[in-house]
Ligand binder design. Structure first.
Ligand code: MRU
Length: 350
């Protein structure tokens, strides 16, 4: 599945499959300027850390197109880039995508706006392509931790829809199947309140004929106690320098239950999700989203008027609960400070 993020040079638009309405409707959402990009990020037309990194890269391109005719286009552009980078706080890939485009600009500070637009079209296309290639490599490494007959639990959607294609956590499952592992099945936790697991993970695995069962988030303990889960594999929005993994709210609870039941818990994420400037997961900003996602299901209100709700979108899983971090450079093992530093060195990233 790769049609969910497309750039049309003819339309000068980033076309996104609108993830708010899946699986019942497959609508496209057209982003033609920075405002559209920020709206799409904040309302989760597009979501998932690598996918928002790719969207950010195309967003920079649209911003460069948008400032045509401005007397001080450079400063107008810088403001727009910052607004994109700040659209959501937790997934580090968003700022990573913007910083990558800015770094290219910094190499040619005297470039014209037209020249920058051309450079950024090529760079955004590269970021897009590279993400699919990185996920495929990650999947091949991750396949080594999956055994024939495993039922793999995943939380949220860390699949093709959350990336440019193939997926991180679901990439590990696809990698295992591509490597010839037999009898792999998936449990998708439904992932209240946005239901990424029930709606998106189930949708894309069904499309690929990978057996998937949806479970309520609070069934996790029972399923593990009954021996119905052999591995947990999740994605991440940010991994701290010490290996703590920040991912969709509820992931921490799944990891604690996995430890209690002796189920190995893996995180799959590209190096671009690892934030070496963030000492621990607890230092990571946690997005606090609109109460409406919790108080309503569709148009129906399910909580009494005026009762406050918590809608923290992410939590941090401490590194000691993580059996391995699957990256494009291999499966990193504890102690993560060292294995993360080595992965960056081996990848030639300073
Ligand atoms: O709020 P979302 O849907 O953007 O959160 C997404 C997740 O938590 C994913 O697990 C994470 O981004 C990894 S995606 C490959």
């Amino acid at each position: 599945m790769e049609r969910h993020i497309r750039y049309s040079a003819d339309d000068r638009a980033l076309i996104l499959l609108d993830q708010r309405y899946l699986p019942s409707r497959e609508d496209d959402f057209y982003c033609r300027n920075t405002e559209d990009i920020i709206y799409a990020l904040q309302t989760m037309v597009v979501r998932g850390a690598p996918a928002i990194g790719v969207t950010a890269a195309y967003g920079c391109l649209l911003a460069a197109i948008e400032v045509a005719g401005e007397a001080d286009w450079q400063s107008a552009l810088r403001d727009k880039l910052e607004a994109i980078a700040e659209a959501r706080p937790t997934a580090v890939n968003l700022r990573w995508g913007v910083e990558r485009m800015k770094a290219l600009w910094a190499e040619r500070p005297d470039v014209t706006r037209e020249g920058l637009t051309n450079m950024w079209l090529m760079e955004a296309t590269l970021v897009h392509r590279e993400d699919i290639e990185i996920n495929t490599r990650m999947g091949a490494h991750g396949a080594t931790v999956i055994d024939d007959g495993d039922t793999v639990m995943t939380h949220c959607n860390a699949g093709a829809l959350a990336t440019a294609g193939y997926g991180t956590a679901l990439g590990v499952i696809r990698g295992a199947i591509d490597a010839g592992k037999k009898g792999i099945t998936v449990i998708a936790n439904e992932t209240r309140p946005f239901l990424q697991g029930a709606r998106l993970t189930a949708y894309e695995l069904k499309e690929d004929n990978i057996p998937v069962t949806v479970a309520c988030d609070n069934a996790c303990g029972l399923l593990m106690r009954r021996g119905m889960v052999q591995k947990v594999v999740v994605g991440a929005d940010r991994i701290a320098a010490n290996g703590d993994a920040v991912n969709k709210i509820g992931t921490y609870s799944v990891a604690l239950l996995a430890r209690e039941h002796g189920v190995p818990f893996y995180v799959a994420a590209p190096l671009s999700t690892i934030d070496r400037n963030m000492p621990t997961g607890d230092d990571t900003p946690i997005e606090d989203r609109t109460p409406r996602e919790v108080t309503h299901v569709g148009e129906t209100q399910i909580t009494p008027d005026g009762v406050p709700v918590y809608n923290f979108a992410f939590d941090a899983t401490p590194n000691e609960l993580i059996a391995g971090i699957v990256t494009e450079m291999g499966v990193l093992r504890p102690p993560y400070k060292e294995s993360i530093a080595k992965a960056f060195k081996d990848a030639g990233i300073k």
